[in-house]
Design a protein. Structure first.
Ligand SMILES: Cc1cc2nc3c(=O)[nH]c(=O)nc-3n(C[C@H](O)[C@H](O)[C@H](O)COP(=O)(O)OP(=O)(O)OC[C@H]3O[C@@H](n4cnc5c(N)ncnc54)[C@H](O)[C@@H]3O)c2cc1C
Lengths: 596, 250
């Protein structure tokens, strides 16, 4: 049986010692988010994840969701767990207190998100989508829609969804065909069929609030002709209860590789009543609010699964006795040595550990930037934060889920054949991790977003901000031998990233296929560099605390060793990535379809 | 229903303990703390009684260092209404001194029930509850694993060695709670946010003279590795012999 313990020591190290989460309490509206409250919230959130959500993870996978005449049943235990989750206020952790939320920083929700994804990714999809619907309505909904729907979404009584995908329109939303006809009372009639809708139908909430992309009759073609609508499963009554059924029905659910406890639904809209969110034909704006948040959350799925996979692989590697260490017996009393003695096993585990801890530091940094972007009194500071969040969103989504999947797979390998069978639970993490590379915009699309939109934005300002932050930390490391040795590979990676940026600017402009051919490698190059930079930051803090005799010496020593491993064993990837980028699109575009 | 629950801040037992160089105390660095398990069940019992009665209050009292405010806040996050910290930096080994300080605090509170955990998992004394009851002149029921309060009387089931006992008692009374009565609730997010605003009174603990002091402490000896004496039925005679002659348990 697998186990999960939220890595609270590491979480606290990153939040308090590395990023100084206390400064969030200085932002207007976050007066109550003092470090002691943040710690208490995370400690209890961790227990909820460990004791309530995690025990339902394996059973939820085995049972899956069941479809019966338009209704969907979630796996046993989900209803009770959801009730506890919602009544405890966790659905509204960072929501506006004006609508019943707890008003905590997004950064805190981010951390909680990671723990939930470790504990039970399928379960976390339900409140996660409600939060997405909340964000879209909060930023683009009319006051009337907000008053009607937000309190219910925040309390968790009602759930939310995002309905984008249609059978013929996945990545290319511009060709979607669901229609919205205006009516005399200002509402709309929605007709069309959506597929792959997570949480589209289930038994956890009294009502479901669908946010649906559709076209008005006179809409221009492409994404500039898409509008967003709120379509409730049951039309709310005047006093806010779920009333008459609307024309939405669930046609079936998918049978799939992973996240089996999360219902993936075909939703048929048949003259359903909907209300517009935002302006006509500008629906992608509202949906992008939801999608940007969701992309970061999906990145956390990669990290969360990698973390739980690591914990279980490590426990196994310490206990499994097999073979002798190459340099001589380490466990003379046993029939063999623990497999942790073998360099290959150690290397695999260290790759996961180095990714997890570095990714955690990068993610929480971005989490705090979101709060800064929303709340800082200084416009210039807000703009800088917004730039960095925009730049990092595709990196977190795609790099975390690519590496997250790779890491769960390494964890499985650590258990040998026992990793492949169900009992130990690790194969589930591999299956669950796989979807995160696909939904919320495939990772290829994230790379195109980075290269095609974020790099040229504001004349390259976003990426220049990032470069200068990294460079400042590399330069500052000259004062300490240990740090200087770590800073050198970070500086080299930054140089490669800058070079790749130049290559893209020159070639990609002339020939867009060049940009398309380089995009994924470029995103990975930025991911390795950004996480390496966070390792340098963590190493600086670890060095300082050790020198001051503060903190747990073993923990801080392990931090430094893991930083050194990252630089030695993961950072060199950046050289290969640059070489691939420089190789250009030629060999990719050369073969004719018949030559494949 | 006005209920007081006395809680203790104890180290989380999963960590490795170390003894200070002079052998007088355990090392505090690296330890984490929580509410004593049995006290969590006492808090839960109090909250359930209040919820069932539909009215009343749950007040938490803790004797300990300033940092024990964290445990009082946790009890509040679970649902307790208010708290008092009787602050002391001393490590107190004299149970009677603790009981006196608690009794002095509780004496004029007008509580219908005062709840304790059966035992603190760090000091293992099992005496604070009964001594406080004695000092307050109240009836005490220990090791409660089933509880029913109706009007001015209560009915409890107590754990005995291999049996149980049903007792009745008048209110006000002191109870010590055993495991099995309930499973404590997790503090909710709403509870944590609300706890910040609940009244927490901090005052010095009136400990007085302490008759008991700790002279020295030692960790238990390392356990020797297990031994496999054989497999199947053939191994039984040797196992029995070893259990008789070496382990001396048969
Ligand atoms: C379990 C699950 C849950 C989901 N939940 C939701 C949900 O809640 N709401 C929702 O609306 N959708 C949801 N989806 C749909 C998901 O977002 C889409 O599957 C995804 O966006 C990809 O679309 P597609 O499947 O049509 O693939 P396609 O768009 O057909 O893509 C196929 C391949 O081509 C590549 N590709 C396509 N276009 C380009 C391009 N322009 N440049 C480069 N490469 C390209 C893609 O990267 C991919 O590798 C879910 C899907 C699954 C499986």
């Amino acid at each position: 049986m697998p186990t999960y313990r939220a890595p609270l020591d590491d979480i606290r190290f990153v939040l308090h010692d590395v990023h100084g989460v206390g400064k969030l309490a200085e932002l207007p509206g976050f007066e109550e988010a003092t470090p002691d409250v943040v710690d208490a919230v995370l400690a209890e959130g961790a227990k909820l994840c460990e004791e309530v959500l995690f025990p339902l993870n394996q059973s939820g996978d085995a049972e899956g969701c069941t479809y019966d005449h338009g209704t969907v049943r979630t796996p046993a235990g989900f209803i009770d767990a959801y009730r506890q989750y919602a009544s405890g206020g966790w659905t509204g952790i960072s929501a506006d207190p004006a609508f019943g939320g707890q008003g905590l920083p997004e950064a805190v929700r981010f951390v909680f998100e990671e723990m939930q994804c470790s504990a039970n990714l399928s379960f976390s999809m339900y409140p996660g989508l409600s939060h997405g619907a909340y964000s879209a309505l909060m930023s683009h909904g009319s006051e009337e829609l907000k008053a009607r729907y937000l309190p219910k979404l925040v309390s968790g009584e009602w759930g939310g969804t995002m309905c984008l995908t249609e059978a013929h329109a996945g990545t290319d939303l511009g060709i979607l065909t669901t229609r919205a006809e205006p009516t005399a009372d200002g509402s709309y009639r929605i007709t069309g069929s959506k597929i792959f809708i997570s949480a589209g139908e289930h038994d956890l909430t009294d009502n479901i609030v669908h946010l649906v992309l559709a076209r008005l009759p006179d809409a221009p073609a492409g994404t500039k002709g898409i509008s967003t609508f709120v379509v409730p499963k049951f039309l709310p009554t005047e006093d806010g209860r779920p009333g008459a059924p609307n024309g939405v029905s669930c046609g079936s659910i998918e049978h799939k590789m992973g996240i089996k406890g999360s219902a993936t639904c075909v939703l048929n809209f048949d003259n359903a009543i909907g209300y517009m969110v935002g302006e006509p034909n500008k629906g992608m704006r509202a949906m992008f609010v939801m999608m940007n948040g969701a992309r970061l959350a999906v990145g956390m799925q990669g990290l969360g699964l990698s973390e739980v996979a690591y914990q279980n692989a490590l426990a196994y590697a310490k206990e499994r006795l097999q073979g002798r260490a190459l340099t001589g017996t380490k466990n003379p009393d046993g029939p063999a040595d623990p497999i942790l003695v073998h360099p290959d096993v150690r290397k695999g585990l260290l790759r996961i550990k180095a990714f997890n801890e570095g990714a955690r530091a990068l993610a929480y940094w971005v989490g705090m930037l979101i709060d800064t972007e929303h709340r800082h009194p200084d416009e210039a500071v807000r703009q800088e934060a917004a730039d960095l969040v925009a730049l990092m969103t595709p990196v977190i989504k795609a790099f975390f889920t690519d590496l997250g999947f790779e890491c769960t797979n390494i964890a499985l390998q650590t258990l040998g054949g026992h990793g492949y069978i169900r009992e130990y639970g690790v194969e589930q993490y591999v299956r669950d991790a796989r979807i995160a590379q696909i939904y919320e915009g495939t990772n290829a699309v994230q790379a195109l977003d980075l290269v095609g939109r974020k790099l040229p934005m504001e004349g390259g300002r976003l990426v220049r901000r990032f470069f200068s932050l990294v460079k400042a930390d590399v330069d500052a490391a000259a004062d300490d031998d240990v740090l200087e040795a770590l800073a050198k590979p970070v500086g080299e990676a930054l140089g490669r990233l800058q070079k790749a940026t130049m290559v893209l600017a020159e070639k990609g402009f002339a020939n867009p296929d060049e940009a398309g051919a380089a995009a994924t490698e470029y995103l990975h190059l930025m991911g390795y560099t950004a996480i390496g930079w966070q390792w340098l930051k963590m190493a600086r803090v670890a060095q300082a605390r050790r020198a001051a005799g503060e903190g747990d010496a073993a923990f801080l020593g392990a931090k430094l060793k893991t930083a050194q491993f990252y630089m030695a064993r993961l950072m060199p990837q950046t050289a290969a990535l640059l070489a691939q980028i420089q190789a250009g699109a030629g060999t990719i575009m050369a073969p004719a379809p018949s030559e494949f | 229903m006005k209920i007081a629950v006395c809680i203790k801040r104890v180290p989380v037992m999963e960590v490795k303990f170390a003894i200070t160089a002079d052998g007088s105390r355990y090392e505090e660095t690296g330890l984490k703390y929580d509410i004593n398990d049995f006290d969590l069940w006492a808090i839960e019992a109090a909250l359930q009684l209040k919820e069932k009665a539909g009215a009343g209050s749950v007040h938490v009292v803790c004797l300990g260092p300033n940092a024990a405010q964290e445990q009082i806040r946790k009890a509040m996050a679970m649902g307790a209404d208010s708290g008092t910290l009787l602050e002391t930096d001393a490590r107190v080994y004299d149970g009677l001194a603790v009981a006196r300080a608690l009794a002095a605090e509780l004496k004029d509170g007008g509580y219908d029930l005062v709840l304790f955990g059966r035992v603190a998992i760090d000091s293992m004394n099992q005496m604070t509850g009964p001594m406080v009851a004695e000092l307050l002149g109240l009836p005490v029921v220990t090791n409660v694993f089933k509880l029913d309060i109706g009007g001015a009387t209560g009915r409890a089931e107590r754990v005995l060695e291999g049996a149980s006992e049903v007792v009745e008692f008048p209110l006000p009374a002191v109870l010590t709670i055993d495991d099995g009565l309930n499973k404590e609730r997790l503090p909710s997010l709403k509870g944590i946010m609300a706890a910040k605003k609940k009244p927490l009174d901090v005052k010095p603990a009136a400990l007085g003279e302490q008759a008991v002091v700790a002279r020295s402490m030692a960790l238990p000896p390392e356990r020797a590795a297990g031994r496999i004496v054989g497999e199947g039925a053939d191994a039984v005679p040797e196992l029995v012999r070893l259990l008789q002659t070496e382990a001396k348990v048969l």
